[in-house]
Design a protein around this ligand. Sequence first.
Ligand SMILES: C[S@@+](CC[C@H](N)C(=O)[O-])C[C@H]1O[C@@H](n2cnc3c(N)ncnc32)[C@H](O)[C@@H]1O
Length: 271
Amino acid sequence: MKLKDWYKENKRNFSLSELNVIFKGFARDGLVSLSREGNRLLGKKQIEKLDKIRVDRSKGVPLALSLDREEFFGFSFKVNKDALIPRPETELLTEAAQELISKNSLEKILDLCSGCGNIGISLDKLITADLKVYLSDLSLKSLALARENAVNLGTKVKIVNSNLFSAFKKDSFDLIITNPPYVESENIKGSLSYEPKLALDGGKDGLNLIKKIIAQAYKYLTDKGYLIMEFGYGQKKKIEDIICKNRQYKIKQWIKDYGKNWRGVVLQKRG
Ligand SMILES: C[S@@+](CC[C@H](N)C(=O)[O-])C[C@H]1O[C@@H](n2cnc3c(N)ncnc32)[C@H](O)[C@@H]1O
């Protein structure tokens, strides 16, 4: 079978951009682009792999899991069922961190709840100054994946197993950036059921971990250090109330996702 024939048979099942991602993933197997390589004959293994992707798709398996890869900030991360698949909105928080680090010459950074390591590893790659980047997570399996990504992408981040801040000393970090679990337990269904519950489940109101992070993070920040935190749709008002009651932070900026929903906040520890 030719690549263009597989495309013709399957274009109903995928959008063109998904097909481009699939064929890009196949570049490692010798396929480059549909327009240039359409007449290329697919080998048995390649057809099997493409058909598996189609079957996965019909079951609702996220495409990134079928391909074992996801792009984040232009870097290719290995992903698997042990960690959350990086999402585009998290790039916007990473971008805000990149700006803060450069503007304020921040040096010691913690990516708390690091999953596959996408935030911390990207920051380490994007910033040329000498950063000390720590990745921490409760899940040993996600830390193993993060270690693999750090090696593959050539970064020297430090990887720490920690239940939130349990492994860290007070006054340690100039910036803590975190994308914690914040999905309301009852909303973990559909394609989300392919990702680890530990990465998603924020309890009944989604705010279990977020409340703990706000209550503790300032102790682990250096003087006037920053906390950048992602949160879910519709959670801004409750989070604003928690921050105001806590009194340890100034709100510097709220961040919207690509759909113009409030999805993140930049806080500064009060001096
Ligand atoms: C939403 S995922 C974020 C993954 C990654 N940072 C990203 O942006 O794609 C949340 C992560 O928090 C971790 N986690 C859950 N509870 C934790 C805890 N108590 N302490 C540390 N990490 C925890 C999960 O294992 C998961 O990797």
